[in-house]
Ligand binder design. Structure first.
Ligand code: ATP
Ligand code: MG
Length: 560
């Protein structure tokens, strides 16, 4: 069947957005734009600049930064083979298939030549991806490539000779060597839709040498993130985050000698300012009833968090039979995460577990106290929550979370924390970092709740999107149409929303339509108006009309 015929056979079919994704439609999108605009404005006043990041990154970046034991990396990422990987994989499969076919006989010279030339193409592609770092630049990969190269070099002249001869054994050895070497190549090269953006910001900080810039570097981003979770209210597979990160290179020990207190203070001020910025943003959005939870999880050292984790593990082991299977599993792998548990039956036991605040080293203690002092000075209200933890080694000291009303059990609108080890883990210089990510979908949901409640009480919500009502131009006749076009252009240039009906309507129909569109005014243009130059402006609410000239129109509208 030809392609055309196949097309004709296709029946019409309806499509739906895939599970966990959704369309955002007007008028709700106006709210999204407003929130994003407020973020741009507020973050700029705190000296942050916007970074726009790719939606896809190498899977390895997230494995390293988010951590392979997390739910996000172990089961929620959308991962694909990269294009070059597919090509290399396909060619490798083909190579193996050809080799299998050729193994059974001592083949004709032409077949040998073509196999060798195909192998040589495969090598070229593998070489170029290797030199661009798209397949891992390991010693093993280099060795495999070198060996394939040397096999080709020794066989190419052989098959070119007129009096070509080789034993079946030699040829078989060559085939199996090539297949073995090709299979030994580690191609890697998976990419994932980003489940979060901190990893990308750190990657970009390193990639663009931002350590050279005046520190700290303050960046923010907004955009979609992807996690394959069970969709429900406030939880989607494509969701949106607005986030910010502060990256600050670690000064060499000798330059801060005797200034440890000053350094601690610097970090604490940065932490507090980030939280202050966040609350300023929420405030400007009109989000009400939020609670800020903060905690310090110390740092990854025996005299600090590691000591605590050992104590915690011992205690958890003692009460193991009181815990559910998830928590039991975590005792060994990641005991801190037991504190995250929402399982009702475990709560009384968790409440009695040792708390990290009692096990912080002196520096972490001082840092935590300084953060709280700084928050107080900024008038940021918070509650301490000792169970707010992060499972990864590079997270340290400050962690925080903000919850908002109207969201059911998905009530966290923002999570954040300090991650001083991350940039180094990704191959950069020692760099301190702190950041947060706001769940924009949940923020919008909560604002809509506030909006609902305030419309019940008659209080004007700060987020009511003040889209001005349109002005409707009711025109009749071709001459009036030309005038209407001109009027629409002038009004739109002056920033008015204008509805210009595409076809002539009777005035009654036109005014009905204007009311439907919630227009406040209708500009009536008929033959009389065009001839006299006196236009009719009708106020739809009370039906009053007045005559205005073209020159007066805008001034008149602005007055009204
Ligand atoms: P949760 O405990 O709600 O799953 P999380 O710890 O996975 O949150 P983070 O990775 O810290 O969340 O992301 C920061 C914020 O992004 C969350 O506080 C939340 O508002 C939002 N968020 C996370 N996952 C989703 C999702 N699947 N859909 C909508 N928003 C989300
Ligand atoms: Mg989650």
């Amino acid at each position: 069947m030809s392609e055309g015929a196949a097309k004709k056979e296709e029946k019409p079919r309806k499509f739906q957005a895939i599970r966990g994704t959704r369309d955002l439609l007007p008028p709700e999108t106006a709210l999204w734009n407003r929130v994003e605009q407020i973020a741009h404005e507020v973050f700029a006043t705190f000296g942050f600049g916007e970074i726009r990041l790719p939606i896809v990154e190498q899977t390895e970046l997230f494995r390293r930064s988010v951590g392979i034991d997390t739910d996000i990396v172990s089961k929620e990422m959308f991962t694909f083979p990269e294009n070059f990987r597919e090509q290399l994989d396909l060619r490798r499969d083909y190579l193996a298939m050809r080799a299998r076919e050729l193994r059974n006989q001592l083949p004709a010279k032409d077949a040998m030549k073509s196999f060798i030339s195909f192998t040589s193409d495969f090598l070229d592609l593998a070489h170029s991806t290797f030199s661009r770092g798209q397949i891992p630049q390991t010693a093993e990969n280099k060795d495999s490539l070198d060996q394939i190269h040397s096999r080709i070099l020794s066989w190419e002249p052989k098959v070119k000779q007129k009096e070509f001869q080789c034993t079946e054994q030699d040829w078989l050895l060559f085939l199996s060597d090539i297949v073995m070497l090709a299979n030994r190549l580690e191609i890697g090269g998976l990419i994932s839709l980003r489940p979060e953006a901190t990893a990308s910001v750190c990657r970009a900080y390193i990639e663009h040498g931002m350590q050279q810039l005046p520190q700290p570097v303050k960046l923010y981003y907004m955009g979609p993130m992807f996690r394959r979770e069970r969709p429900q209210k406030g939880r989607y597979r494509q969701f949106y985050q607005i986030g910010a990160e502060v990256l600050d290179h670690v000064r060499p020990a000798e330059t801060i000698l005797g200034e440890v207190d000053k350094e601690l203070r610097r970090d604490a001020v940065i932490d507090a300012e980030v939280i202050e910025m966040l609350m300023t943003f929420f405030g400007k959005c009109g989000l009400q009833g939020t609670t800020v939870y903060i905690n310090s999880i110390g740092h990854n050292a025996p005299n600090c968090r590691r000591g605590y984790v050992e104590k915690l593990r011992a205690e958890l082991t003692r009460i193991k039979d009181k815990l559910g299977p998830d928590s039991q599993r975590r005792i060994d792998a990641n005991p801190l995460r037991v504190l995250d548990s929402k399982l009702e039956s475990e709560q009384p036991y968790i409440e009695r577990l040792p708390r990290i605040a009692d096990h912080l080293c002196d520096e972490c203690k001082a840092h935590y106290a300084a953060v709280k002092r700084e928050l107080d000075q900024r008038d940021v209200k918070y509650q301490e929550n000792w169970r707010l933890v992060r499972g990864l080694d590079y997270y340290m000291r400050t962690t925080f979370e903000i919850i908002a009303p109207g969201l059911g059990s998905q009530n966290a609108v923002c999570g954040g924390g300090r991650y001083d080890g991350l940039v180094e883990l990704l191959g950069g210089r020692p760099t301190k970092g702190i950041g947060f990510a706001i769940g924009e979908d949940r923020l919008i949901l909560s604002l809509q709740e506030v909006d609902k409640r305030s419309s019940d009480t008659g209080v004007q919500s700060p987020l009511a999107t003040h889209q001005s009502p349109p002005l409707y131009i009711a025109w009749m006749g071709e001459r009036a149409y030309a005038t209407a076009l001109g009027a629409a252009k002038t009004l739109r240039n002056a920033g008015f929303r204008v509805e210009l009906p595409p076809v002539e309507q009777k005035f009654g129909t036109a005014l009905g339509r204007a009311v439907q569109l919630r227009a406040k005014y209708a500009l009536i243009l008929g033959d009389n108006e065009v001839t006299s130059g006196e236009w009719t402006l009708k106020t739809l609410a009370d039906g009053t009309q007045r005559k205005v000239s073209e020159q007066q129109l805008i001034a008149e509208l602005k007055k009204m």
